[in-house]
Design a binder for this molecule. Structure first.
Ligand SMILES: *Cc1c(COP(=O)(O)O)cnc(C)c1O
Length: 409
């Protein structure tokens, strides 16, 4: 039997060409960041806190302009008051629909928490008279041929999810999103297109706005917060759409004019600047996990040398005890709460028990090394993040080693 050490030596060697690609993306994106920070003349004054209504909050307004510029959007909303990715996405769904409208997801069933926004809780979209349906993926691809028959006269919003989320499918890259969006616009030019961009930011040189998406949204405790932003979400897109969504964010007539933050905005600026680097660390960790897992006999998705458009790595353990042991190992090698042993538990919105390993500085931040798994066959762990590749590698190696010692690998 091969030692874990020798598996990791080979895995790291095999991943080198991929690492070079990730690092090249990081370098190009960092250059873009520098140019943007220069263009906007970002200075200490932009970090200053505000209070009360937050009128003329220069830190907030400039941060939003900077995000819009980076994502090649006309406008953006970037707020610490957006509490999560789900909150950001929900604002878009409510802001861009009215009673009688229909929302169509063309990348299969949306992420779990969004299904509840659509139907399943007080004030959900259904109760507001908004209809929803989705087009299932066909052989794990967007079913372009089925778009026409699924788009209705009242379809006002077409939704796409870039990341695999917690499904055994690939992430859709910006080029694939572009093809689908072009097709949608041909069939129904007045429908808006909206991309759930969670986990996808800065994994590629361009973002879905450049692919024609009217709006994108995501979480600041994932990729674009760089592991530094303490909370928040962002939305970027056309002026028309952002105005509608801003009415939902605060109130019609007030929009983006209010919203104060009596702490420094520095972590949001610094996080954005660091994001290409942090995402690169996460991609390297995911790639290593894929190759090492494969060499140890696991089924993996994506393969180490496949193109990536999100930071998630799926690993199939085919056994609940092995899956749980792996997640517990990731927690054991976390900087925070290393002494805690996670166990599968009932989670709101999930049908199976879920185990979550998350020993992060920012509570729930999944740009930090973390691992989640619903306890159901084929017992798949979804691993993502890592503030540094060295941590990612150490935790993976340590976790697999602990499994080997227990005779599980
Ligand atoms: C994380 C995620 C969400 C939800 O974000 P939260 O911050 O967990 O609410 C939605 N969609 C996708 C694809 C995600 O990865």
């Amino acid at each position: 039997m091969r030692t874990i050490d020798s598996v990791f030596l080979q895995a790291e060697e095999d991943c080198k060409p991929q690492f070079a690609l990730f690092e090249n993306t990081e370098e190009q994106l960092t250059r873009k960041m520098l140019e943007a920070f220069k263009d906007f003349q970002i200075a200490q004054r932009h970090f200053a806190p505000s209070n009360g209504y937050g009128y003329d909050d220069i830190g907030r307004d400039t941060l939003e302009a900077l995000f819009a510029h980076i994502f090649k959007a006309e406008e953006a909303i970037v707020r610490p008051q957006i509490t999560s990715g789900t909150h950001a996405l929900s604002l878009c769904l409510f802001g861009l629909t009215k009673p009688g409208d229909h929302i169509l997801s063309i990348t299969g069933k949306p992420y779990d928490t969004l299904m509840t926004v659509i139907e399943g809780a007080a004030g959900d979209l259904k109760s507001q008279g908004v209809d929803f349906s989705f087009v299932p993926l066909k052989d794990n691809e967007i079913d372009l041929a089925a778009l026409k028959e699924n788009i209705r006269p009242n379809t006002s919003l077409i939704m796409l999810q870039r990341s695999r989320g917690y499904d055994w499918r690939k992430a859709f890259n910006v080029k694939e999103l572009e093809e689908a969006i072009r097709k949608v616009k041909k069939i129904k030019p007045d429908a808006k297109t909206f991309v759930d961009n969670c986990y996808g930011e800065f994994t590629e040189l361009s973002e879905p706005v450049s692919a024609g998406a009217d709006v994108i949204a995501g979480s600041l405790i994932k990729n674009p917060g760089g592991g530094i932003a303490p909370t928040g979400g962002y939305i970027a897109g056309t002026k028309e759409c952002i105005e509608k969504i801003a009415s939902r964010l605060t109130a019609p007539g007030i929009g983006r004019e209010t919203g104060s933050y009596e702490a420094s905005y520095r972590p949001f600026y610094q996080g954005l600047f660091m994001a290409p680097h942090t995402v690169c660390q996460a991609l390297k960790t995911a790639c290593l996990a894929s190759r090492a897992g494969e060499l140890l006999g696991l089924k993996v998705s994506p393969g180490y040398n496949e193109k990536r458009s999100d930071i998630i790595q799926a690993l199939q353990f085919n056994d609940p005890d092995r899956l749980i042991a792996f997640c517990q190992g990731i927690q054991y090698f976390s900087p925070i709460d290393s002494f805690v042993t996670p166990v599968p538990w009932e989670m709101p919105g999930y049908s199976d028990n879920v185990i979550m390993a998350a020993g992060s500085f920012v509570l729930g931040a999944s740009i930090e090394l973390s691992c989640d798994a619903p306890i159901r066959p084929p017992y798949t762990a979804y691993l993502q993040g890592a503030l540094s590749y060295a941590h990612g590698k150490t935790a993976l190696k340590g976790s697999f080693l602990r499994m080997r010692e227990k005779g599980m690998l």
